[in-house]
Design a protein around this ligand. Structure first.
Ligand code: ZN
Length: 152
């Protein structure tokens, strides 16, 4: 079957490598995220992470907010817990975030890409504009990572 010009999220499941399987170490993901994107791009990658995250979020095969939360756990980004929800937005804590255990750098919030993935998925699901901002991060010294979600 000929593939289309674009990659889809479902194609990401098509894995056939024989020895190394379907998992790469967290060190690699962290290196891409923090050494490559956070340190390597201008303004710690802000702007770029927003575009990348939203693009990934839009591509996820999800139809409900619960689907996204479930997929975040399946993809081992972290375990999301809804702390608060009303008509104006949500507060979501991420336990076991990919950044857990890194040395503390006060003032650094490094899980913006993951927030943008959530943002892109919510925009697609809710068909309205949504803004997701990281307000707590393990790396900043907080006891978990947390997103403030605003429905606009
Ligand atoms: Zn984090």
């Amino acid at each position: 079957m000929a593939a289309s010009e674009h990659f889809s999220f479902n194609e990401m499941h098509m894995i056939k490598r024989k020895s190394l399987g379907n998992v790469v170490p967290l060190e690699l993901f962290r290196s891409i995220r923090l050494i490559g994107m956070y340190q390597g791009l201008p303004l710690n990658g802000k702007g770029t992470t927003s575009v990348i995250g939203k693009k990934i979020g839009e591509s996820l095969p999800v139809n409900t907010v619960e689907d996204v939360l479930q997929l975040f756990k399946e993809l081992k980004i972290g375990i999301p817990k809804v702390l608060h929800q009303d008509e104006r937005g949500m507060r979501i804590a991420i336990e076991d975030c990919f950044c857990e255990g890194l040395p503390v750098h006060e003032g650094k919030f490094v899980c913006d890409l993951e927030g943008s993935i959530f943002e892109g998925a919510l925009i697609k699901i809710l068909k309205r504009n949504v803004s997701v901002r990281e307000i707590k991060c393990n790396v900043n010294g907080d006891d978990h990572c947390e997103y403030d979600v605003r429905f606009m």
